[in-house]
Write a protein that binds this ligand. Structure first.
Ligand code: DX5
Ligand code: ZN
Length: 221
């Protein structure tokens, strides 16, 4: 079976003064819009408060993939699902009760994602696999765009892929995904790709999304 590939551009490095326009530049060719929520506690950076995030969720013509880099994800996760996101990803390191939070995100009608930072082992979360719709392997330290893909995460992507087995769970990678790293991540088993600076620091964001998709498709088994 051919693996389905999803490209989820991150607007972290888009023009923040004209975000609605920036979203429109990639919406037609993208699967979801990756929205990075940072609270300056879990990571040393701040992006949007809940009110601004809700505006973006409401304005986006494609489903929003919220990546919550926030402390207290137990409370915040379900509220993003309720706000209408297609997918809500919490960090394992920031969640007290992971099974309950994943269940409540699903209960609000969103896909439930579980993310791990580079130092966190994904197989430690094997017991929640059936509560997860997407695993997110961070391929940089969360907090900022424009960092280099950490090659040492390739083995972790492979372990996540084996853990998923034949379940219909998406495997997302986030950080340093470009035209030169997407094939490496795809070969390791990823099928859902966040790309921030590669897309929005280019002249033609939509074209880059299409290029990334083609590259991933060319090596996906
Ligand atoms: C970083 C964010 C990413 C970021 C990726 O913590 O989670 O989504 O936007 O940016 P690039 O693609 O530039 O590494
Ligand atoms: Zn992200």
């Amino acid at each position: 079976m051919v693996r389905e590939i999803r490209i989820t551009p991150s607007i972290l490095n888009a023009d923040q003064e004209h975000l609605e326009d920036e979203i429109e530049r990639i919406a037609k060719v993208s699967d979801l819009l990756h929205l990075d929520i940072m609270d300056d506690i879990f990571v040393p950076n701040f992006t949007y408060d809940f009110e601004r995030a809700c505006q973006l969720i409401a304005r986006s013509s494609i489903p929003v993939d919220a990546h919550l880099m926030v402390a207290n994800a137990d409370l915040i996760g379900p509220s993003y699902a309720q706000a209408g996101c297609g997918s809500v990803t919490i960090h394992a390191e920031a969640t007290e009760n992971i099974p309950a939070t994943l269940r409540s995100i699903r209960g609000e009608g969103a896909r439930a994602g579980l993310a791990v930072k580079p130092a966190t082992e994904i197989t430690d979360y094997a017991e929640v696999v059936d509560l997860v719709d997407m695993f997110l392997i961070m391929t940089v330290e969360p907090g900022f765009g424009g960092q280099a893909f950490m090659m040492e995460m390739v083995k972790k992507i492979e372990r996540a892929k084996s853990m998923i087995g034949s379940r219909p769970i998406w495997l997302q990678v986030d950080g340093g995904i470009t035209q030169s790293t997407i094939e490496i991540a795809t070969r390791a088993g990823a099928d859902t790709f966040v790309a921030g600076s590669a897309v929005f620091r280019s002249e033609n964001p939509g074209q880059i999304v299409e290029q990334l998709r083609k590259l991933a498709q060319s090596v996906a088994g």
